[in-house]
Write a protein that binds this ligand. Structure first.
Ligand code: FAD
Length: 509
């Protein structure tokens, strides 16, 4: 297929945004023979899949680990269909312990496999075997009744709406409380919701995904964002960076093209917007959408994340093969009430995740790249954004350094010698994410889908504007898996439900 020539072609599909959702949609449409052009406002591709280099090491931004990638598991189908599996060096986390939860007086190890974890929980909580068995039985039931998560077992009837009640209420109803409850909900930083707000199905989907299998990408050898571009290009699609769409061209309530920052106009038959959905109000005349829809676009987002990129002496890092969550209290939900980490609030939780540490020639490095993340509210992100604009090199830096020191002190709870073994390679805040991916308030996972307001947080890929579609983590579910599913959903609408599902399942043959 011809390379894209500005203003000479009417493109089939313009995708705005080169994160996982935009790229997944672009690859699927390009595989069907469409001429696809992805436009990315940033100077590099990838959105939250991008990596960056500091002090000679590669660090991830928004992808630390992936679940369910063993052959035949849910995400495996999607990765295989997109052509990613052959392009990524995936490194499995330890089967005996892929994640560790540190609480003030206890440390729990989670193995891969539902049965194995159930067994481990029996050891940790011998008096609660019945409640634990009930939890795993319900997990299986819920998962098997949700369509789209696992394309190979899509149920005849999607019963997901039956499972949108609060996780907290569910656990109470089956008699789970105290420390067992704290442990079971302690993976909540992966979806950014307290147990009261979290719909049961969100918790079960995320837990099931990682209990199936857990992998990290060897980003140094095979950057995820590059693999996505390679897949798209192999089907004739193209990506342009530094290409911010400042306006959609709309005639008679029909999208016909886009205008870039430099006033260049590119025409296309359809447009898919994959950024935070509220941003379409900045690039379309807002009156095209009803006030109630505009309100939904501006509803609450999940909190942001504040991060440290750490160069950790490899032999002194206990988290090479597992992720760790370090809590400073048993009240896991308390982390969502801390709104002043820039002042005196303690952090509540710090999450640690390392990248596999082989360079392209296969030599193992002396140091390992570890990311440390902690939650930060939208209000504090706003303050940080203002500080960044007003005093980049001064107050913003001082505030960032103060939180960085808090994070290292917090890690000491699980790793007393952390200060002696790490060098801070970079400090970034939710304001950094807001700048690089334009995500609202630096939110990690976009618009909240809460138990109290589940349907209000879910969006259709179609909009009131003809030929304008939406995809991305805010449209359906978040995470790499959830964002891909939002694009599969879009393609099911554009290409036919059975057609695309059959193709995805067909990869197993
Ligand atoms: C710190 C962090 C850690 C995470 N860790 C994990 C993890 O380990 N595993 C996991 O599964 N998920 C993880 N997630 C979640 C996951 O990264 C996201 O759910 C997913 O990447 C979102 O993809 P997206 O395509 O919806 O959005 P994005 O990646 O944000 O892509 C949207 C793109 O649109 C572009 N854009 C917006 N407006 C315009 C415009 N007008 N013109 C041109 N371009 C535009 C943006 O620049 C951006 O590149 C993490 C998230 C964060 C923040």
């Amino acid at each position: 297929m011809d390379k894209y020539m500005p203003n000479k072609h009417m493109i089939d599909t313009i995708i705005i945004g080169s994160g996982i959702s935009g790229m997944a949609a672009g690859i699927m449409l390009a595989k069907e023979g469409e001429q696809v052009l992805v436009l990315e406002q940033h100077s590099v591709t990838g959105g939250l899949t991008q990596t960056y280099s500091r002090k000679g090491m590669i660090f991830p931004t928004g992808v630390h680990r992936l679940g369910s990638l063993q052959p035949g598991q849910p995400l495996w189908y999607y990765f295989k269909y997109l052509g990613l599996l052959d392009r990524l060096d995936l490194v499995g986390l330890s089967n005996d312990c892929f994640e560790r939860f540190f609480f003030p007086s206890d440390d729990y190890k989670v193995p891969v496999g539902q049965e194995q974890y159930q067994h481990k929980l029996h050891e940790y909580f011998p008096d609660h075997k019945k409640n634990i068995a009930r939890y795993f039985k319900d997990l299986k039931t819920v998962i098997s009744n949700i369509s789209m998560y696992d394309p190979s077992v899509t149920p005849l009837k999607n019963r997901s709406l039956q499972y949108t009640g609060s996780l907290k209420k569910y656990l109470e109803s089956i008699g789970i409380s105290g420390r067992l409850k704290s442990l079971l909900i302690a993976n909540s930083p992966l979806y950014g919701l307290s147990s009261d707000e979290c719909p049961l199905l969100t918790h079960f989907l995320v837990s099931d995904s990682y209990l199936n299998s857990a992998f990290r990408i060897n980003e140094t050898n095979t950057p995820f964002s590059k693999a996505l571009v390679d897949c798209l290009e192999s089907h004739g699609g193209n990506v342009r960076v530094n290409a911010r769409v400042k306006q959609l061209v709309i005639k008679d309530k029909t999208a016909t093209g886009v205008m870039l920052d430099n006033n260049e106009i590119i025409q296309s038959k359809k447009i898919v917007f994959s950024g935070h959905p509220s941003l379409i109000l900045d690039i379309c005349p807002p009156e095209l959408f009803r006030p109630v829809f505009r309100k939904r676009l501006n509803q609450a987002n999940t909190p942001g994340l504040f991060g440290l990129a750490l160069k950790w002496k490899k032999n002194r890092c206990p988290f090479r093969e597992n992720d760790a969550y370090i809590y400073d209290s048993w009240d896991v939900d308390d982390q969502y009430k801390r709104h002043e980490i820039m002042k005196d609030d303690s952090l509540g939780m710090v999450y640690l995740s390392a990248l596999p540490n082989k360079n392209p020639s296969g030599i193992t490095n002396k140091n390992i790249a570890v990311t440390a993340l902690t939650g930060i509210s939208g209000t504090e992100t706003d303050v940080l954004q203002t500080l960044y604009k007003e005093s980049k090199d001064d107050k913003y830096k001082r505030v960032k350094n103060k939180i960085a020191e808090k994070i290292l002190n917090h890690i000491k709870q699980a790793c007393p010698d952390v200060h002696a073994n790490v060098e801070i390679a970079d400090i970034y805040s939710s304001a950094t994410f807001a700048r690089y991916t334009l995500t609202k308030n630096g939110s990690a996972y976009g618009i909240k889908k809460t138990a109290q307001h589940f349907l209000g947080g879910m969006f259709s890929p179609a909009t009131k504007v003809k030929n304008l579609f939406l995809t991305g983590q805010s449209i359906g579910f978040s995470g790499i898996h959830g964002s891909i599913v939002s694009s599969v959903n879009l393609c099911r609408m554009l290409l036919g439900k059975e057609y695309i599902t059959t193709k995805i399942i067909g990869v197993k043959k």
